[in-house]
Design a binder for this molecule. Sequence first.
Ligand code: ADP
Ligand code: MG
Length: 337
Amino acid sequence: MIRLLDDLTINKIAAGEVVEGPYSIVKELVENAIDAGSSSITVEIKEGGKKYIRVTDNGIGIPEDDVEKAFLRHATSKIEKIKDLNSIQSLGFRGEALASIAAVAQVEMITKTQEQQYGVTIELNGGRLIGKKPIGCPTGTTIIVNNLFFNTPARLKFMKTTQGETSRITEIITRLALSKPNVAFRYVNNNNVMFTTLGDGNLSATILSVLQDVWLKSMINIDDEMNNLKIEGFIGQPSLYRGNRNYEIVFINGRYVKSKIISQAIELAYKEKLPINKYPICVLNLTIDPSYVDVNVHPMKTEVKFNDESDINNSIQKIISRGLSTRITIPELKVSP
Ligand code: ADP
Ligand code: MG
């Protein structure tokens, strides 16, 4: 007999795609906080996020009437029609993160909009609504995710060690913080503050806060344009090479991406300058007309497709090469603690 699955089951299955582990929850929640226009975001985790993840923002909040809707599948305030996909400015748009996360964890959300006098707190357990009541709180949203995969034992077993999950979370928060220098991030792990950023819009100050400070002194500022592609950020001098691609950090229109095309282009520019099997470091934001790039290829949204790959490849390579040949390093910078 063929049956239609109920919503709880559908969300639990879909969570397999969106919620790979604690780090993907952190990514989705922080992206929501960014989309909500927050200027300050705090992420707190315990035991690698396996037991506890809390993301607090000072963004626009969710109107009381929408609070339950936010946890429904394909519920989003960010796009209305398929044609909006060609001009996406927000990081989220699929409307499946909260539904998926709630399906496989115990979730509490506290939220208030500017207009409302009181906020609301809502609790869900494995996607089931447990309770909802008014609460006094500041404008913004806090989401707490407890006991990830408590109801999917098979997934529970596949989580990494606490240390392994923590380092994935650190990596994703580092990238998100670098992608938004105008947002003040605070990252707390087991009550230890791992880093804070100032949120003053200064990328070099943000690099200094989250990456190794010695690097910044040997980085070259890029601010260049070619064929409708604008690239801003920093590239390391060839002497700063690494054994892997972990520090080839690239954003497209403020969205963190992993792209073979882009890595290849960057590495080609460094080709003669690096030992074999070594990789450059960089923090670069590419500004491209959203209609030239498709971000809707994967639920995690870190992969992208370009309309014209060879054109992109060419422009990136030229701009990086130009940067490497000018070698104007940025002046030394003092940042208050
Ligand atoms: P998406 O981000 O793709 O729209 P989500 O499931 O992540 O889907 O979130 C659903 C909706 O809940 C969002 O469209 C937004 O309206 C609301 N929302 C989620 N998180 C926040 C937040 N931190 N601040 C304000 N609104 C939020
Ligand atoms: Mg989202």
